[in-house]
Design a binder for this molecule. Structure first.
Ligand code: NI
Length: 182
């Protein structure tokens, strides 16, 4: 049975709190919530379910968006048409990144931001993220392009940052010469 998640809206102050790291295991209840996040994100990217359940398409969610101020993120990446890879990272940390910056040309969206916000969000083209899986084992993920943007966007949530905070108010758009646009 699919149950839609209750995702906090940007006006909720809990989205602006810096989340705390896990020092112990992820609870069974939290693991169940992670499963629901994966299902929600996957369904939101499949047109049939997107329409059936009236979902807004999204690739990632962070625990604070569900009112839990703990450092855990979930990303469901459609790496090939109809094929999805799930990433669940506890205490994610960017341990290295490219010099090169990129931005999504159409701007970014967020399941907590129910409006369009125009502007390019500068992101590292490539990042290496370390953290733990749900069982507490250390993991390391290399991400590039859209996936790199997704990791940076979700990790920002853990620090109380929303994507539009990173849009330069005086110069919201870059040219292809200034930054590679995806
Ligand atoms: Ni978001």
């Amino acid at each position: 049975m699919f149950k839609k998640l209750n995702i906090l809206d940007e006006r909720d102050k809990r989205l602006r709190i810096k989340s705390v790291p896990y020092t112990g295991p992820v609870s069974d209840e939290e693991k169940e919530l992670v499963e629901r996040m994966i299902q929600h994100l996957t369904y939101s990217q499949i047109e049939e379910y997107e329409l059936k359940y009236d979902l807004r398409p999204g690739t990632g969610l962070a625990f604070p968006q569900l009112g839990i101020n703990k450092r855990l993120i979930v990303i469901v990446d459609e790496y090939e048409k109809g094929k999805f890879a799930n990433y669940v990272v506890v205490n994610p940390k960017i341990i290295s990144h490219s010099e090169e910056m990129i931005a999504a040309d159409a701007g970014e969206g967020c399941l907590s931001v129910n409006r369009d916000v125009d502007g390019h969000v500068p992101r590292y083209a490539r990042v290496t993220v370390s953290g733990l899986d749900l069982d507490g084992n250390p993991i390391k993920i290399r991400a590039r392009e859209e996936l790199s943007i997704a990791f940076q966007h979700e990790i920002d949530h853990l620090n109380g940052i929303l994507f539009y905070d990173r849009i330069n108010k005086k110069k919201p758009f870059f040219s292809e010469k200034e930054m590679r646009l995806l």
